[in-house]
Design a protein around this ligand. Structure first.
Ligand SMILES: *[C@@H]1O[C@H](CO)[C@@H](O)[C@H](O)[C@H]1NC(C)=O
Length: 593
C-alpha cells in the first residue's frame, strides 16, 4: 500500500510537471473583463443555432473548461517562486521555441503523458481488476461495450470538503471512465467547499489533466456558508454544495439544450468497473438513484459506514455491520433486502447515499428537484431559546434524506398526472370513455403491473415487520457491531408506536431507489483485496446463470409508512449531536402540501 502510494505520488508529480507547462502555453492569457465571464456556458450563436450543436467539444467551445474562484492570494515566497519560474521560462525555454517543432512540449510529450495516465500504472485504481467480484464481472473486458455504444452523456459531480486524500484516485477513475465512455461524453464538475488542506493544489492538477485530455469541466472553489465552521448547519451546507456542483448541469440544458442521461456523484474511492456496473443497473431498472455501499476501516474491520443517510425499504436504519457479517446481521434489516444483499443482487431501499451513487436527472434535477434541508434548527451561536417542535414536525435530517423523500413524492405525483392525462383524453373520446374504469376513491398509480393494494413483495415484507418486535436491535441506533454509539453522536429518544395510514403508501407508484452491493466505496488505506474477499469470497461460487437477474429488480415496494429520522437539530458543523425518532411518512399527506 505504502509503496503504491509513493509510486502514485511520483507519477502525480511527473504529470503535474507536464501539465503545468501545457497550462503555461495555453491559458496564460492576460486577465480582462471578458475573462471573468469565461466560465459561463454560452448560448448558441447565430450560426450554431441552425445546427443546434449539442456536443461537448472543448476544442470548439472554450467555455466548457472553466475554473472559478481560484485562490490567487499571495502565498509565502510566492513572488520568489514566480520570478524563478518566469526566469527559467524566458531564458531557457522560450528562446529555443522557434516554431511548433522545437517546442519542448510537443504532441509526443502530451500523448506520452496521457498514456501514462490512462494505464493507471501504480494508482489504487490499478488494483481494481485484481479484486474479486461476483459473477466474474472483472473477467470480461467487453462487459460494458453495450453501455459504451449507447453514447450517453454523463455528468460527474464531486464535492471536496478538505478531503484531498481521495482526489488523486478520483481523478484516476475519471480518466479511466473518459477512456471508456469517450472524453466528449463526460462533463466533470468539481466543487471545492472551503477546503483548508492541499485540495487547492490538487484541483490545479485536475484542471491540467482534464485540459490535456480534452474533458469538459468546471472546477470551482467557494467560501464556507458561515465564517465560523462551528456556526454552520451541516445539512444546509450539504444542500448548498450539491446544488452548486449541479449548476453547470442546469446551465448546459438551459443555454445549449444538452441533457445528460446520468449524474454520477463520486465519493471516496470506487473502482471504475463497479461504477460502470452501477450505471448499467441504473438503466436496466430505470432507477431514479442507485448507490454503492460505503465501507470504512475500523479497528482492523471494515464496517458499513453511511448510517446517517441510508434507510432500508421498511424505513429502518442499516446496521453498522462488518463486511464479514453473517446472514442475519448484514447491513439492510428488511428480509428481502438482506436476502438479495446476501446474493450480491441490487435491492430496493427507502433512501441511500453510501459512497458513489448514480442519479437519473430526468426523474429529479430536470424536474426541478434540488437539494434542501430543514430550516427550524437551533442556532447555538445566537442567544435564543431552544425552539419547541411538534412531535411530528418535519425531520431535520441530511439533505440526501430530503432528496429521497422528494423522489418518492415526485414519483407518485407524476404517476397521478399521467392517469389524469389519460382520463382527460378519454373524456374527449366517447369511444374510450366506457372502457376507462372510473378512478377508485384513492387516486391510484398503477405501473408495470403493480396493482392497487397489491404492491409487489408485500407478503414478504409484512412478515418481517412482525418479527421486528423481537429484534431488540431494530431502530435502536444500534451498537450491533463494532462502534460505540458515541461515534454516531447519537442520543436516544423514545420511538412512538407504528403509524397506520388511512391511505397506504403502497397505493402510489414507488420511487426506484436501489443499492448495488457489488459497488463498494472505500477510503484511503483500506485493504481493498481483503474487503473484496470478505464481501464476495473468491467470487467463484456465484453461478453465472444469474443472467439478466443480476441487474434487474422485478418487484417494487411502496414507501414505508414511517422511517427512522435521525436529525441534527442544532448548528455545530458536521459532527453536531444527533437525535433520533420514528416519524410517519404519508405520501398522500405530502401530496396535499
Ligand atoms: C448562526 O448565527 C450566527 C450568529 O448570528 C451566524 O453568523 C450564523 O450564520 C448562523 N448560522 C446559520 C447556519 O444560520
Amino acid at each position: 500500500m505504502i509503496s503504491l502510494r509513493k509510486r502514485s505520488l511520483s507519477r502525480v508529480f511527473l504529470i503535474a510537471a507536464c501539465a503545468f507547462v501545457v497550462r503555461w502555453l495555453t491559458v496564460s492569457s492576460p486577465k480582462s473583463a471578458a475573462d471573468a465571464q469565461a466560465h459561463e456556458i454560452k448560448e448558441h450563436n447565430f450560426i450554431e443555432r441552425a445546427r443546434k450543436d449539442k456536443s461537448l467539444n472543448v476544442q470548439r467551445h472554450r467555455f466548457l473548461q472553466a475554473r472559478m474562484g481560484r485562490d490567487e492570494g499571495d502565498e509565502l515566497m510566492g513572488d520568489i517562486i514566480r520570478n524563478g519560474a518566469t526566469d527559467y521560462w524566458e531564458r531557457f525555454q522560450l528562446p529555443y521555441i522557434l516554431n511548433k517543432d522545437t517546442s519542448s512540449m510537443d504532441t509526443q510529450h502530451v500523448v506520452g503523458a496521457i498514456d501514462q495516465l490512462l494505464s493507471l500504472n501504480g494508482w489504487v485504481a490499478a488494483l481494481c481488476p485484481t479484486l474479486t467480484r461476483p459473477f466474474g464481472q472483472h473477467k470480461h473486458d467487453n462487459a460494458y461495450d453495450d453501455l459504451v455504444r449507447e453514447d450517453h452523456l454523463y455528468y460527474v459531480a464531486i464535492v471536496i470538503h478538505s478531503a484531498d486524500h481521495f482526489l488523486v484516485d478520483q481523478l484516476a477513475v475519471i480518466v479511466q471512465m473518459a477512456k471508456r465512455l469517450g472524453t466528449n461524453n463526460l462533463f466533470v464538475s468539481m466543487l471545492d467547499y472551503d477546503s483548508s488542506d492541499s485540495t487547492e493544489t490538487l484541483t490545479d492538477l485536475c484542471e491540467a489533466v482534464l485540459t490535456l485530455l480534452g474533458v469538459p469541466f468546471r472546477i470551482r472553489r467557494v467560501a464556507g456558508m458561515t465564517e465560523d465552521p462551528a456556526a454552520a448547519y451541516y445539512p444546509l451546507e450539504e444542500a448548498h454544495m450539491r446544488n452548486l456542483a449541479l449548476e453547470p448541469l442546469h446551465e448546459l440544458y438551459k443555454k445549449r439544450g444538452i441533457r445528460f442521461q446520468r449524474v454520477i456523484w463520486l465519493k471516496g474511492f470506487t473502482c471504475p468497473n463497479d461504477i460502470l456496473e452501477t450505471i448499467k443497473i441504473s438503466f436496466a431498472n430505470e432507477a431514479s438513484m442507485v448507490c454503492g455501499m460505503d465501507w470504512a476501516e475500523h479497528n482492523g474491520f471494515f464496517i458499513f459506514s453511511d448510517r446517517w443517510r441510508t434507510r432500508d425499504i421498511d424505513g429502518d436504519q442499516f446496521r453498522q455491520s462488518k463486511s464479514s457479517s453473517k446472514a442475519e446481521a448484514v447491513p439492510p434489516r428488511d428480509r428481502l433486502g438482506a436476502s438479495r444483499y446476501a446474493q450480491h443482487l441490487p435491492f430496493q431501499v427507502f433512501c441511500c447515499e453510501a459512497g458513489t451513487h448514480v442519479v437519473d436527472p430526468e426523474q429529479s434535477y430536470y424536474k426541478g428537484i434540488a437539494y434542501r434541508a430543514g430550516s427550524d434548527f437551533h442556532n447555538l451561536s445566537r442567544a435564543e431559546a431552544v425552539p419547541t417542535r411538534d412531535p411530528d414536525a418535519p425531520c431535520l435530517d441530511s439533505s440526501q434524506a430530503w432528496f429521497c423523500r422528494d423522489l418518492w413524492v415526485r414519483s407518485a405525483r407524476d404517476a397521478m398526472d399521467e392517469v389524469d392525462q389519460v382520463n382527460d383524453h378519454n373524456k374527449h373520446n366517447p369511444l374510450a370513455r366506457r372502457a376507462a374504469a372510473p378512478p377508485p376513491d384513492v387516486q391510484v398509480a398503477p405501473r408495470d403491473g403493480i396493482l392497487p393494494g397489491q404492491a409487489a413483495g408485500d407478503g414478504l415484507r409484512r412478515q418481517p415487520n412482525a418479527a421486528a418486535a423481537v429484534d431488540a436491535d431494530a431502530n435502536a441506533g444500534s451498537d450491533y457491531d463494532a462502534m460505540p454509539e458515541e461515534e454516531d453522536g447519537l442520543s436516544e429518544e423514545s420511538l412512538p408506536e407504528p403509524i397506520h395510514l388511512s391511505i397506504p403508501n403502497s397505493n402510489f407508484r414507488p420511487a426506484r431507489i436501489l443499492v448495488n452491493p457489488r459497488c463498494p466505496t472505500t477510503y484511503a488505506g483500506v485493504s481493498h483485496t481483503q474487503l473484496a474477499l470478505d464481501l464476495f469470497g473468491t467470487g467463484e461460487g456465484d453461478s453465472l446463470q444469474a443472467g439478466v437477474g443480476k441487474y434487474i429488480l422485478e418487484d417494487w415496494d411502496g414507501a414505508p409508512e414511517s422511517f427512522v429520522c435521525q436529525e441534527q437539530r442544532q448548528t455545530g458543523g458536521r459532527k453536531a449531536t444527533k437525535t433520533q425518532r420514528r416519524l410517519g411518512f404519508s405520501i398522500h399527506d405530502e401530496l396535499q402540501r
